[in-house]
Design a protein around this ligand. Sequence first.
Ligand code: EPU
Length: 426
Amino acid sequence: MDTLLIRGGRPLHGVVPVSGAKNASLPILIATVVAPGEHRLQNVPDLVDTSSMLSLLGRIGCPSLVGDTTRVDTSRVAFCEAPYDLVRKMRASVLALGPLLARCGEAHVSLPGGCAIGVRPIDQHLKGLEALGCRFDLEGGYVHGRVDKLRGAEFRFDLVTVTGTENVLMAAVLAEGTTVLENAAAEPEVEDLAKFLSGCGARIEGAGTSRIVVHGVSSLRPSPQAHRILPDRIEAGTYLVAGVITRGNVRCEGASASDLAPVLEVLRNAGAEIDHGEGWVSAGASGRVRPFDITTAPHPGFPTDMQAQVMSLASLALGTSSITETIFENRFMHVAELMRLGARVHIDGRTATVTGQPCLSGATVMATDLRASASLVLAGLAAEGTTEILRLYHLDRGYERLVEKLSAVGASVMRGQEGRPNLAVA
Ligand code: EPU
């Protein structure tokens, strides 16, 4: 199995190009199903998760061609099933539910089950789709959904769910009448999905706010213009923290300062130098940052997907920081591994108290999920000595060309093989 070897302690300086957002690409790739024909998408990142979504499209009968422009042909849908072997690899396969119900009137999607960061039920996806007229049975580990005719409805989510909002939105665009979604997710990725669907002829208002209104249309067709996926704010945020934690300065080309606002505010308050302009954001520091307090929340709050990364930064701050996770019940898996590098963290329920240390020291650590892995990379970049991160496959799910991008800004990092004597990184 691949590992990542990092020789820490080098300030990173330079420019990192930001890839297209994973969490916008996944719903948009499957949303192509609601508009039969050939779609063209730009800026789809080359990640294990996007490949899994393309495999799912292939399984249901929609071939694709990957390149600078990714093409997906949804002229024909032969099967309406997202099987366990794909859903198991990638929970976002559950996003097939709404589009398949809208296109075929039925969908058979394996229940995703829990994962490293929590139980992650899909009750809100099902309730929202039921409000539009869908019926569901659970059998053999699968959700079997059917609908004769989708009808617009008013629906209020009990809690804010990103993929839940996306699933219901993808069905509502083809429902008869108007759908009003209250307490909807306002994440930029939901807005990008709505933009894609609007390009196909959908009539959507309020995407990017907590109230989305959808006026159903009878059919959709691929947009004549290619849709360009928005830049990945979490990837950008991770590289910005890399600039700050290594006491260098990293400029993320393609990043949007407004989508990153809650992250930039925390970094700025911690004393980082932040600058931004049209299509770029930079962050750096010349010494240890001040401690900070964050609480994760749905957009425009502080994103849970950046919580682990800023914890690495807090572990080197000049005092005690407090980090509260409100979105997922089990998203402190990185803490024990960070402590192996010398971080001092105390967890009490949903809050981690992080006492900043003057330095961290390299060690072998285990990645447990995507963002936990990113936090270990950041800690490893700042630590003295060599850090080896095992189970690198988590990072390949969400960070395109990570080694190349980090190397280009001066990091000493390379892939290795678990269990093999690794060459020392330069
Ligand atoms: N929840 C329910 N019932 C539901 C749906 C969600 O109880 O029907 C709970 C979840 O268990 C969680 C909370 O609601 O406690 C919020 O979960 P949400 O549904 O918003 O998460 P998600 O849609 O499964 C997406 C991203 C995640 C990101 C979260 C929160 C994608 C493909 N995934 O997941 O991204 O952390 O929103 O912003 O968009 C990542 O990229 O590393 C990642 C995990």
